[in-house]
Design a protein around this ligand. Structure first.
Ligand code: IPE
Ligand code: IPE
Ligand code: MG
Length: 238
């Protein structure tokens, strides 16, 4: 079956998983798996942009990933700055991809935050794919933050109880303004959500694959999109 370019999803999310096992299978350190994962993410984003997917939201580091050994966390926190520096022209200047980051901003190292803010600023007028990197992201944190904001608005008499509805909640999430999530992909053969986009996945299609993320190349991504196009989305109707 062919991919129908007139019917690509507007918003795809990926739980990028299996970098460590990919490295192990190649008898390499876990860090190499993360590096190859990052290269692959660049290729997937370019492909997604080329077929006019609007939004790609990628789980890169969860609020729970701080539990990992210090050495690995340190590697992951330093990777985006190094990576962006090295490929700045290739991924920022020469593409129309618009970068965003969502998640907590108060725990990540200053250098990482500065890099992420710089990339967001430099690409803010880009009109292609919106590529969102979820870093120190967790759905419990996101929803808790939303509840606090809404409670504060209520306390300040800015809203009444009747104003609290799904739209208000959606608008208080980090993904405010994003289109509904059409497709969620998880690589590496794990069948769980791991605290990712719990509110947003209400009517998303799920696609699980055994492939480790560094091997989940554009060609495999395309297979997921074709399968998505053949799903029957009913939203509770007939
Ligand atoms: C995904 O790969 C990247 C992050 C969660 C940071 P993993 O590091 O979870 O790889 P596995 O699951 O151990 O193989
Ligand atoms: C989920 O992967 C988080 C990210 C992909 C960033 P994990 O590898 O941390 O998830 P679990 O521990 O297998 O649920
Ligand atoms: Mg994992």
């Amino acid at each position: 079956m062919e991919l129908d370019l007139n019917n690509v999803p507007k918003h795809v999310a990926i739980i990028l998983d299996g970098n460590g096992r990919w490295a192990k299978a190649h008898h390499k350190p876990r860090s190499l798996g993360h590096l190859h994962g990052a290269f692959n993410l660049r290729d997937l984003a370019k492909y997604a942009d080329s077929i006019n997917i609007g939004y790609m939201t990628v789980y890169c580091f969860s609020t729970e990933n701080w539990k990992r050994p210090e050495k690995e966390v340190d590697y992951l926190m330093k990777m985006p700055p190094r990576y962006f520096e090295k490929f700045w022209t290739d991924i920022v200047v020469n593409t129309n991809i618009k970068y965003k980051t969502i998640g907590r901003k108060d725990r990540i190292p200053k250098k990482l935050l500065t890099t992420l803010e710089k990339v967001e600023e430099e690409t803010k007028n880009h009109t292609g794919l919106v590529l969102t990197l979820c870093i120190d992201y967790g759905s419990y944190d996101e929803i808790t933050t939303a509840v606090k904001n809404i409670a504060l608005s209520y306390k300040n008499d800015e809203i009444t109880l009747d104003d609290i509805n799904p739209k208000l909640i959606t608008d208080n999430l980090y993904t405010k303004g994003y289109p509904k999530l059409d497709l969620l992909i998880r690589t590496s053969g794990e069948y769980r959500i791991s605290n990712f986009l719990l509110w947003q996945i209400a009517y998303s299609e799920f696609y699980f694959t055994d492939t480790y993320f560094p091997d989940f190349k554009p060609e495999k991504f395309k297979e997921a999109l074709i399968e998505y196009q053949n799903r029957n989305r009913r939203y509770g109707g007939l």
